[in-house]
Design a protein around this ligand. Structure first.
Ligand SMILES: NC(=O)c1ccc[n+]([C@@H]2O[C@H](COP(=O)([O-])OP(=O)(O)OC[C@H]3O[C@@H](n4cnc5c(N)ncnc54)[C@H](O)[C@@H]3O)[C@@H](O)[C@H]2O)c1
Length: 269
């Protein structure tokens, strides 16, 4: 399917690695020019290689999404003088780095940074870009949340709560931006074997006696069999395919939706 994203512009926060990286590559493969924002300065090398591989403009911005002024500077620079359709993606995500079951094993002090990055980081990006998208009367905004934001996931309560808040904010933003022809959606991945996925595994093993510890592969296998009907990992490219579809005009009547790409982990009616 030709998604007709050629010469549009994608701004992806959290694109050094993982799902955000797959999304930026997918947009570039569709012929979109791309901006990569990440706290990791090595994002510059990723942008360079994307420009070479896909023959598109690829700009890099090193910034922490918690720094609103830095995010806004990056967006203003990227957006200035361009009247192409803009697609903005928030693909940043961090956990507490600890096993959160029962929740009182964590300390209240484990919460603020997780909420700050996952929720306020997304709010910062939305505030930076919404006025320009509204003024242009087109474009899309996409947030990466999680199945954990839709269920009382015990894995990492501050992460789950932040992701639930993000789904709710995404719906507010979708309603506010709809009159301007700007669509806002949320994708919830299930289990993806990225750095973040490995961090969850590491945290889950930390307090276990030696004989109960599992390799990442065995831990993943048993969790998938228990929780994911399709019984397979989700691939970052599968999330990226949904991101590209949602940005395209094929999805012109889809806004305010929470879309699970999760092998059936969470089902709604
Ligand atoms: N991996 C999974 O199983 C899974 C499941 C559900 C939801 N998600 C969500 O998908 C999104 C992508 O996750 P991922 O698995 O690719 O994670 P990842 O750790 O592989 O990549 C996250 C990226 O965000 C960047 N980043 C982290 N904190 C940042 C900050 N403060 N400012 C700027 N950049 C920052 C990292 O450098 C990295 O490039 C996240 O929103 C995550 O919560 C992931």
């Amino acid at each position: 399917m030709d998604l007709k994203l050629q010469n549009s512009r994608a701004f992806v926060a959290g694109s050094f690695e993982g799902i955000g990286r797959a999304i930026v590559e997918r947009f570039a493969a569709e012929g979109a020019h791309v901006a990569l924002l990440d706290r990791n300065p090595a994002v510059a090398e990723v942008a360079f290689s994307i420009a070479e591989r896909f023959h598109v403009v690829a700009r890099d911005f090193t910034a922490d999404v918690c720094d609103f002024a830095a995010v806004r500077r990056a967006w203003d620079e990227w957006h200035a003088g361009s009247d192409a359709p803009h697609h903005v993606v928030f693909a940043v995500g961090v956990g507490s780095g600890k096993a959160g079951f029962p929740f009182w094993k964590l300390s209240p002090a484990d919460w603020p940074r997780v909420l700050e990055v996952n929720l306020i980081g997304a709010v910062n990006v939305a505030h930076a870009v919404a006025p320009s998208l509204a003024a242009a009367r087109r474009g899309t905004l996409l947030f990466l949340s999680s199945v954990a934001g839709q269920i009382g996931s015990q894995t990492d309560p501050p992460y789950s709560a932040a992701k639930a808040g993000l789904i709710n904010f995404s719906q507010c933003a979708a309603k506010d931006l709809a009159p301007f022809g700007v669509r806002v959606n949320t994708i919830c991945p299930g289990m993806v074997a990225t750095s973040l996925g490995r961090e969850v595994w590491r945290a889950s093993q930390a307090d276990l006696p030696d004989h109960e510890r599992q390799s990442f592969e065995d831990w993943g296998k048993s969790k998938l069999a228990r929780l994911v009907p399709m019984n397979r990992w989700q691939d970052p490219a599968e999330i990226a395919a949904m991101a590209a579809f949602l940005a395209s005009d094929e999805a012109r009547n889809i806004t305010g939706q929470t879309i699970n790409v999760d092998g059936g982990y969470v089902m709604h009616w």
